[in-house]
Design a protein around this ligand. Structure first.
Ligand code: RFL
Ligand code: PHB
Length: 394
């Protein structure tokens, strides 16, 4: 037996894209159902991004989910680029007319969004199985799923594919419709979460002979640190002592000390750039990581996912308020203008800061010249700063 449900917008995935979209639609009086195959606890505990652009912070605040972020988030007005054993600060505040970033963990954003959805009667269904989408080339699309042993079918007007890079929405689009643009990097990041006060007040991006390293943080007591590693690095070969030794070496700088602490979590992430065009097909709209992936060096994935659904919510609002489809028809082209600029920035930061296995001495000299240029030219550092704090929304 199949149980029928009906909503206006069916959303697959309760990550940042799916939950922000669902709440924005609610604020416009549009109903949605979100289906998520993981548990609520898993989604709220998974360690991922930590840097929010000013525009993301403003949006979450306007949506009424910014209270804890405002109280607990750490506002930064610059980052450090460290190379040749010396630090060079990029002053966002001065270069962008007062803008900054906020350090607040992605899983905390998700916790705040889930609480807001539940408080306002939103339907976010966790631990669903066998999610599939149907008839989305038509105006009567459906989402089917299984939960607690029963089969469900949700009829809706539109489907939002917010199910991340490994989701089912993008692969459900017929062959030949999408063009994929892809670059896989020949390295990964080994990331740790440590119970140690951050050793710097702002994020430190380091270029070192032994590879890139990044110092970030979550709270005044928790550090988040990354090391460039092999893409298929076996985390079991990295006992805590080896990780700290490598971090000390790569961050070494006169008069500066890295504070150690118990490692709470560790893992390896691959790095890729990926885009599909277009980001829509019939009544299906892809948003966030389901449509594009950036390497994490520019801290952009979460922010870009939220930018997509801001465009989608505006388009759906216009459609339901006036019957006018023009913003929906333009969804993909509007999003892709930002997507490609963010791709460029993330690729550029990655290329400037990592060692490449096939590089030659020319490439290394060029990277150092680039770092020297970026940290000494006001024009070049302004370009980094305006991209890092987030380009304006269209
Ligand atoms: P998500 O977060 O992957 O959410 C997709 C959701 O869909 C669910 N799902 C399904 N649900 C139902 N049925 C199915 N068949 C499903 N398949 C999947 C998944 O369980 C999941 O809950 O995608 P979304 O919403 O597009 O958000 C994207 C961001 O999560 C991602 O871009 C960022 O985390 C990337 N990222 C960073 N972004 C930043 O803006 N700033 C950062 O500082 C930053 N640091 C990072 C990062 C990503 C990292 N990793 C682990 C990839 C650091 C790292 C290490
Ligand atoms: C993080 O804090 O997890 C983080 C910060 C900056 C990045 C990537 C990840 O570029």
């Amino acid at each position: 037996m199949q149980i029928s449900q009906r909503t206006q917008v069916g959303i697959v995935g309760a990550g940042p894209a799916g939950l922000v979209l669902s709440h924005l639609l609610h604020l416009h009086g549009i109903e949605s159902i979100v289906v998520e195959n993981r548990s609520r606890q898993y989604v709220e505990e998974r360690v991922r991004a930590g840097v929010l652009e000013q525009g993301t912070v403003n949006l979450l605040t306007e949506m009424g989910v910014g209270e804890r972020m405002k109280a607990e988030g750490l506002v930064h007005y610059g980052i450090e680029l460290r190379f040749g054993g010396r630090g060079h600060r990029i002053d966002f505040h001065e270069l962008t007319g007062g803008k900054g970033i906020t350090i607040y963990a992605q899983n905390e954003v998700l916790r705040d969004l889930n609480n807001a959805r539940i408080a306002t009667g939103g339907q976010v269904l966790f631990e669903v199985e066998n999610v599939s989408i149907h008839d989305f080339d038509d105006t009567r699309p459906k989402i089917r799923y299984r939960k607690d042993g029963a089969d469900y079918e949700v009829s809706c007007d539109f489907i939002a594919g917010c199910d991340g890079f490994h989701g089912i929405c993008r692969p459900s689009i017929p062959a030949g419709v999408l063009t994929e643009y892809d670059r896989v990097y020949p390295f990964g990041w080994l990331g740790i979460l440590a119970e140690a006060p951050p050793s710097a007040e702002e994020l430190v991006y380091t270029y070192h002979d032994r590879g890139f390293a990044l110092l970030s943080m979550r709270t005044p007591h928790i550090s988040r640190l990354y090391l460039q590693c092999k893409p298929d690095e076996n985390i079991d070969h990295w006992e805590d002592e080896r990780i700290w030794r490598e971090l000390h070496t790569r961050f070494a700088s006169d008069g500066w000390k890295l504070t150690e602490g118990p490692i709470l979590q560790k893992g390896v992430t691959g790095m890729r750039s990926f885009v599909v065009e277009p980001m829509q097909y019939g009544s299906l709209f892809l948003a966030g990581d389901s449509a594009h992936i950036v390497p994490p060096t520019g801290a952009k994935g979460l922010n870009l996912a939220i930018a997509d659904v801001t465009v989608l919510a505006r388009a759906l609002h216009r459609f339901y308020a006036t019957g006018n489809r023009s913003l929906l028809d333009q969804y993909s082209s509007t999003c892709l203008r930002r997507v490609w600029k963010v791709q460029r920035f993330s690729w550029w930061m990655t290329s400037m800061l990592h060692r490449f296995p096939d590089e030659n001495p020319f490439d290394r000299r060029r990277q150092l010249a680039e770092l020297d240029y970026v940290t000494t030219s006001r024009a070049a550092s302004t370009s980094l700063a305006e991209n890092y704090v987030g380009l304006p929304m269209e």
